[in-house]
Design a protein around this ligand. Structure first.
Ligand code: FEC
Length: 313
């Protein structure tokens, strides 16, 4: 089939979302909490974290815009201009996932692929994005398929391994003693009963990156657990640092492989909170650069989209 005459395939690029400005933090937080507004103390605490991060108040918004534009360029380069058209759909902020699907429908898209910018699947994260997109697509008569995970895509592993190698060089002749800590957002422990693939996929990504970068000393740890009454997956990065200090580890490199962008959970939870904790324990803590719009990450996304897009058309 020649692709020149084929109808464009819509690509719904889904990401977490961030408030548009400080006065939108409350509505954003309320959305995350499924309609339950935060207490004034919870709101103040979260607003304080946004004010504290370096690199702009809400870097995630600009980064997501850049990632979507870079994916569009990559798809144009691979499949020819106009074959795929990207739309943005966010989980907790406008344009919401439903808005992205509505925009595709308004443009006459009848066939689409959905992809979430985070590479590992969990029913509580990626599964939730897909459910909302699928429901809206069904209402609007769009045939949609979804990339569920791409956590072992060779280009993704290469991009991450390259970042780990470059960051290790910052430790100079102490490089071989560095403990590499792969990390990701914790989730409530109940996902284990559901046999959710998230923990295993994160370990698979970590193992592949460690192997590609020739790293021998590495561990996986969780971060950014919610402050709810229920237990979350651990150990948390701060506990891991305590244990490493007790084992006399002095150099740590954090590789947050469950995240793909500079945002609050990296710029605050790792760069400010974990770094300060490590410093109090006499540990030097560095972090790898985030993927943002890295061309190899974009290639992993584009190839995953095309594998479904070409099969469907
Ligand atoms: O920079 C930004 O503005 C947004 C950064 C951000 C990212 C992110 C990614 C993930 N989250 C995941 C799960 C949960 C669960 C809850 C939860 C709560 C929050 C809160 C903020 C927040 N998350 Fe997030 N997350 C980001 C930000 N997240 C802010 C609310 C305050 C707090 O707890 O810190 C708990 C919800 C509840 O109360 O029921 C669960 C997962 C990811 C990674 C996958 C993805 O990107 O979708 C999983 C980025």
């Amino acid at each position: 089939m020649t692709q020149a005459n084929a109808k464009p395939v819509g690509v719904l690029v889904m990401s977490y979302g961030t408030p548009e400005s400080l006065d939108k933090v409350e509505s954003y937080y309320t959305h995350i909490r499924r309609g339950h507004p935060p207490t004034p103390e919870q709101l103040e605490e979260l607003t304080g974290r946004y004010k504290a991060i370096v690199g702009g108040v809400f870097p995630l918004r600009e980064n997501t815009d850049r990632q979507v534009a870079a994916l569009q360029r990559t798809l144009d380069g691979m499949a020819g201009p106009g074959r795929y058209v990207c739309y943005q759909g966010l989980k907790h902020a406008p344009p919401y996932i439903e808005d992205g699907v509505a925009a595709m429908a308004a443009d006459g898209v009848t066939q689409a692929v959905g992809i979430v910018l985070t590479p590992q699947y969990s029913s509580m994260s990626v599964g939730g994005y897909i459910k909302r997109a699928q429901e809206e697509a069904d209402k609007r008569g769009i045939a949609m398929s979804f990339v569920k995970q791409y956590h072992l895509h060779p280009s993704l592993i290469e991009a991450l391994a390259d970042r780990v190698s470059r960051a290790l060089d910052r430790f100079g002749d102490r490089k071989d003693r560095v403990m590499v800590l792969f990390s990701a957002h914790s989730l409530p422990e109940k996902i284990l009963e559901m046999k959710d693939p998230y923990p295993e996929q994160l370990l698979e990504t970590s193992r592949a990156v460690a192997s590609a970068a020739g790293v021998e000393h590495w561990q996986f740890t969780w971060q950014s657990a919610g402050k709810t009454g229920q237990p979350w997956l651990g150990p948390d990065i701060l506990e891991t640092l305590d244990r490493l200090a007790a084992e006399d580890v002095k150099d740590v490199l954090v590789a947050p492989v469950g995240f793909v962008s500079d945002h609050l959970e990296v710029l605050y939870d790792i760069d400010l909170e974990a770094k300060k904790h490590a410093s109090g324990l006499g540990i030097r803590l560095e972090r790898i650069e985030m993927l943002n719009d890295d061309p190899r990450y974009m290639a992993a996304l584009a190839e995953s989209v095309r594998a479904l897009g070409e099969a469907a058309s």
